[in-house]
Design a binder for this molecule. Structure first.
Ligand SMILES: *Cc1c(COP(=O)(O)O)cnc(C)c1O
Length: 361
């Protein structure tokens, strides 16, 4: 059986280092906002090419705190791709703002920059882009729009650690990059974690306060904050894995290249383009008989996933939010997409085996 993913296997190469880190943190007697978090924040900011990184509890909180730091008026509109994981949209709703969905470019699955302008109204305050599956959005056009209409720009980088557009890394284009270190992400912790990147010192200060009860000095509160901190243990684990992130990304790129070259043309494969350095958090293909294909693959020993089966606007939870609006491009993607095994623990032979089975479908 070729697994889709195995979190033990993914972390196996790091086990001895994790054990040392655990001992170190335990012996230090310091578990919240200490040297481990600072060290990781510095290392990740440096990795991204960002001035600052602020560790938070998870990726959803990273998005929420980024939005909250601007104190937008209630009901203001935030432009967001219709084709994304639900967390992106939840962050907007949790800040009492209004998500305005924009369809993706069907060749990249990312927000279509040419459709953004028509969604901008007097109430629009920000664009929240998502570098889905590990491919950056078309940031030239999007940056131009943000500047032209004086909008804040937040990047959901939860699937894009180390992804680049024209040599520049995800998380450095907008006011904020928001990252998740959920265990399955390219840079995953042994539990929840997240961070925000920014080049702006004032915004950095604000996020640092917001994540910690709005307080810099213990028991003195300047802002109405929350408790959303990255903890010392997770930070220590993340510092270890960060040193291998480039290898993880290039390994996945190599596997993606094999899929792209070897899979037959019946499958719609991800676009590759010299301006985009993709990190393949997910490698997806599309096929009109996706469900049959998934079942067929399972019968032949290949596990796959669907990211995602139901688009956000069709979720039960969103009934009142997007009442009966339709987003046909997103719906089409959700009903035809299939994610193939691609992880640090998969070998070229695993991928060639998947290809062999796929090509007989
Ligand atoms: C994983 C993910 C998130 C949320 O991250 P958590 O750490 O699970 O809160 C947000 N957006 C996207 C696109 C994601 O894939």
């Amino acid at each position: 059986m070729i697994e889709y993913e195995n979190l033990y296997g993914l972390n196996k190469p790091f086990i001895n280092d994790y054990r040392d880190a655990f001992e170190r943190v335990l012996n230090s007697g310091w578990f919240i906002l200490g040297d481990q978090v600072k060290e990781f924040e510095n290392a990740f900011a440096h990795y991204c090419g960002s001035n600052f990184c602020i560790g938070v509890a998870n990726g959803l909180d990273a998005l929420i705190l980024a939005l909250r730091s601007f104190s937008f008026k209630e009901g203001s509109e935030v432009i967001v791709p219709a084709n994304t994981y639900i967390a992106t949209i939840l962050s907007i709703l949790n800040c009492n703002l209004k998500p305005v969905l924009v369809e993706p470019d069907p060749s990249t699955y990312n927000i279509d920059p040419w459709r953004i302008e028509e969604a901008i109204t007097k109430k629009t305050v920000a664009i929240m882009v998502v570098h889905l599956y590990g491919k950056c959005c078309a940031m030239d056009e999007i940056n131009k729009l943000a500047t032209k209409f004086n909008l804040r720009l937040i990047e959901d980088c939860a699937q894009a650690h180390g992804a680049k557009f024209k040599g520049k890394k995800a998380g450095t284009f907008g006011d904020f990059g928001a990252f998740s270190f959920y265990p399955t992400k390219n840079l995953g912790a042994l539990g929840d974690g997240g961070c925000v990147t920014t080049d702006n010192e004032g915004l950095k200060k604000k996020i640092s306060l917001l994540r910690n009860y709005g307080s810099e000095k213990k028991y003195y509160n300047e802002l109405i904050g929350v408790n959303s901190r990255l903890d010392e243990l997770q930070a220590a684990f993340l510092s270890i894995k960060l040193r291998t992130l480039e290898d993880i990304n290039t390994h996945k790129q190599n596997l993606a290249r094999i899929y792209n070259q070897e899979l037959k043309q019946d499958f719609i494969k991800p676009a590759m383009n010299k301006d985009y350095y993709d990190v393949y958090h997910i490698y997806n293909i599309r096929h009109p008989r996706r469900d049959n294909l998934k079942e067929y693959l399972l019968r032949h020993g290949v596990k796959t996933e669907v990211h995602y089966p139901v688009p956000p606007h069709q979720q039960i939870a969103m009934k009142e939010v997007f009442d009966k609006k339709s987003y046909p491009i997103s719906e089409e993607i959700h009903s035809t997409t299939l994610s193939l095994p691609i992880s640090f623990m998969h070998s070229e032979n695993d991928v060639l085996r998947v290809v062999e089975v796929m090509n007989k479908f």
